[in-house]
Ligand binder design. Structure first.
Ligand code: APR
Length: 230
């Protein structure tokens, strides 16, 4: 089976009703990113950060995967698929994708604020337990925090993601402005024989020598066109 790797961003979930970050009206227009999505912001005002993620987690209950997520999952019948996502929502999982690498963490998980990547401290949240409150403790006794990779923190899953991209026969980039590294740098790890597709209604800055095939559509319509091309 050919290896098909997806790299998805906030635009993948836009049609499910989840705001992107840098489109007009995006999350970073409503919140100062350094206050709610950086490690300095967390230590400056942890209660504000908990509130920001509690609000985003509460929204997850009312959103469902879109046609794009479902088509990504359906390709597992014909390809060896890996989904590398910058998104912290669980819509790829809900759509049925099995092999997912979350580069920036997961909204439905919580962890230690002392050692966020300690596997013994990472816990699943669920619809009956969506809030993290100040005073909630992780297994190591530290304050419980969102299992999110904030600006200023390392991206532990970047090595496994690079390994997958290096082996890809086809790479499909969907719904990311490719503004944030190291995720945005993944596209440069493709083998010279790898076919690269980009699905995004807007122009995205990519290295022209990569010969990227840009499907200038949203995730759902773009995935329909891609499935016809594959
Ligand atoms: N379908 C596909 N793409 C879309 C759609 C859609 N319906 N709507 C918007 N887009 C595209 C936009 O054109 C843009 O290129 O999705 C992209 C969204 O870009 P960003 O908002 O920058 O989101 P993303 O690239 O995922 O941000 C990366 O930045 O803030 C951090 O950690 C956060 O993971 C996030 C990272």
């Amino acid at each position: 089976m050919k290896k098909l790797v997806f790299l998805t961003g906030a635009g993948m979930s836009a049609e499910s009703g989840i705001s992107t970050f840098r489109d007009s009206g995006g999350l970073w227009e409503q919140y100062p990113v350094e206050a709610v999505a950086s490690i300095e912001g967390y230590w400056r005002d942890p209660a504000l950060v908990q509130k920001f993620y509690n609000e985003r987690r509460a929204q997850l209950g009312s959103v469902v995967p879109n046609e794009g997520h479902k088509l990504v999952a359906s390709l597992e019948d014909k390809y060896d698929v890996t989904v590398i996502t910058q998104n912290v929502d669980n819509l790829h999982e809900k759509a049925g994708s099995k092999n997912i690498i979350h580069l920036h963490g997961e909204l439905m998980k919580a962890t230690s604020s002392k050692n966020p990547n300690d596997p013994n401290c990472i816990v699943e949240l669920d619809e009956n337990n969506l809030e993290i409150k100040m005073g909630d403790k992780a297994k190591d006794g530290s304050q419980l925090r969102p299992f999110i990779v904030w600006f200023g923190e390392s991206v532990p899953m970047i090595e496994p993601a690079i390994y997958e991209v290096q082996k890809a026969d086809i790479l499909v980039v969907i719904g990311t402005s490719l503004n944030v590294y190291p995720a945005a740098g993944l596209i440069n790890y493709t083998d010279s024989k790898c076919k690269i597709y980009l699905i995004d209604p807007k122009d995205v800055d990519v290295n022209p020598s990569l010969g990227v095939h840009h499907i200038m559509k949203g995730a759902s319509e773009g995935m329909k066109e891609l499935c016809a091309l594959l």
